[in-house]
Design a protein around this ligand. Structure first.
Ligand SMILES: [Zn+2]
Length: 348
């Protein structure tokens, strides 16, 4: 019996998503498209690839019961999971673009009529599907509605609200979960020797990584890379000193804070996202001093810092930083954007 198989043993957490996918696979009732929604680094791509591998796994084709799907060892699994199958195609944002336009979808619409090479399905992983323009989504609808039988789409996104209702109604949404810090730590320790080494040699840095990962295995893996880690810790420290400066609530401090940001857009965006984590912690502390924190490791310091802000001030700063991040994504000038942010937050 197919449903006696163990599905997705390598995916951590995400029980309801796994239940849905394994049911669809074991009952041969796969949809032509799934939306996989969740934060970056929450395993959305891994889940898509694992699902394709589970469909194609030779253990499934041979009707073997009581085996794990995907097995991870057969030829199909190996090809799909190591990203070597020509029948699993990733489509995403082109360089220097902030949306996915209708021309990308036109190319895809022709491509789907070429039969798969060696798999029984041809799968498309659409990255950043929430950045598809409405025109692109409309162009995509027909492919979604009546694709060739071998086609399956995975629409990866952070927020499915940005997809048209007509698209969403044709593709069931699978949401990835934010994992607990413990689950992230356990997964990294089990699968990555760098994690085991770091925990051994530098326990405080290891704990910081788990804290910064915010329940995302993807972020955790990235932070195990020493170079990326030092940059992230640097951004985080900038955010920490920014909050301290802004807590002084005067013009001079606000200007000093503008000077403390980096100069490159991507860098400033990262610093702003850490600033938002800090603000979120401070807001939570305003409500309850025992709230779980995701940015500050030292609760006492954070509680002290929170007394320098009003809840209203924190909310304004949060909103202003969100606008600043949008502006930067739309290529606005860095200094000007930061200045506008301080004005919007009422700090200058
Ligand atoms: Zn297999």
């Amino acid at each position: 019996m197919a449903d006696e198989n163990i599905y997705f043993p390598d995916i951590v957490g995400n029980d309801s998503l796994i239940r849905r996918l394994s049911k669809d696979i074991s009952e041969n009732r796969l949809a032509h498209a799934y939306v996989i929604e969740g934060i970056k680094g929450s395993g959305r791509h891994t889940i898509a690839r694992q699902a394709i591998a589970a469909i194609e796994c030779s253990a499934r084709a041979e009707g073997k019961a009581h085996v794990s799907l995907p097995c991870g060892r057969c030829k199909s699994c190996e090809k799909i999971l190591s990203e070597k199958s020509p029948d699993v195609i990733t489509v995403g944002l082109e360089e220097d673009r902030s949306t996915i336009g209708v021309e990308t979808i036109r190319g895809l619409k022709e491509d789907i009529y070429t039969a798969p090479n060696d798999l029984s399905v041809k799968a498309y992983i659409l990255e950043d599907a929430d950045l598809l323009t409405p025109q692109a989504q409309n162009a995509f609808l027909l492919s979604l509605e009546e694709p060739p039988a071998y086609i399956i789409f995975f629409l990866i996104c952070e927020n499915s609200d940005n997809l048209l209702e007509t698209v969403r109604s044709r593709a069931p949404t699978l949401r990835t979960e934010r994992l607990s810090s413990e689950a992230v730590a356990e997964h990294l320790l089990k699968h990555d020797s760098r994690a085991r080494e770091l925990k051994e040699t530098s326990p405080s840095e290891w704990e910081e990584i788990i804290c910064i990962s915010q329940g995302s295995i993807g972020s955790g893996l990235e932070l195990l890379d020493a170079k990326k880690r030092s940059r992230t810790i640097e951004y985080r420290n900038v955010a920490k000193s920014l909050v301290a400066m802004l807590g002084r609530s005067n013009r001079a401090a606000a200007f000093e804070a503008i000077g403390a940001f980096g100069t490159k857009r991507a860098e400033v965006c990262r610093q702003l996202s850490f600033l938002q984590y800090a603000i979120r912690d401070l807001l939570l502390l305003k409500k309850c001093e025992t709230s779980p924190l995701c940015f500050f490791e030292r609760r006492d310091d954070a509680i002290e810092l929170s007394t320098h802000f009003t809840a209203h001030g924190l909310l304004s700063l949060y909103d202003a930083s969100a606008v600043a991040m949008d502006d930067l994504e739309a290529n606005a000038n860095v200094r000007l954007t930061l200045m506008n942010m301080m004005q919007r937050a009422g700090l200058v």
